[in-house]
Design a binder for this molecule. Sequence first.
Ligand code: SF4
Length: 205
Amino acid sequence: MDRRYLVKEMFGPTLQGEGAHAGRPCVFLRFAACNLECPGCDTDFSPEGAVRYTAPEIVARLVELDAHRARMVVVTGGEPTLQYDAPLADALHAAGFRVHMESNGTRAPQGKVDWLTVSPKPQYHPSGLLLASDVAPNELKVVIDDHTDASTLARYEAQYPCEHYFAQAWMDDHYREHLAKAIALVQERPRWRLSVQMHKVIGVP
Ligand code: SF4
């Protein structure tokens, strides 16, 4: 029997709001469930209201949503690597989609991904859960909060050799302080760029 994936939502057409591909038209596939419980997480990935779909059902819905044939899907969660696998990857690619994934870096994707964003949050890992050593992101997006400083960014540069490094202020009650810190860090380390959640500024989902 075909595997059924627990999907929180699929939506589009919209724009990618973050990272090197910010502003690109796309559709979104959001899986339910995450293996972290980061304080201040602003994403609803709970199983309540989520629906189980087969890979062909997911692809059919994404094709329907992708009204302008951008054929780029952002696969996110929650933590998408908990469910994403080779059959779903193959089905998406067969329909012409370029797959972008946003992961917390605790697991390597189990299917082909065309663009991998890792946003590590080891400060919020339960004890015993480590960042995966076999993950090779295209871009790194580090949330700037009270736990991150210049040494954190230097450590990530060494751990993840990749093309794009982004610092993004954590959106909690201290966002303004985190933003000022992120700007200062980027000015000190020119390999890094400030990432702003553009979709929230322009009001798209
Ligand atoms: S890893 Fe991301 S989705 Fe999961 S709890 Fe943390 S911020 Fe939320």
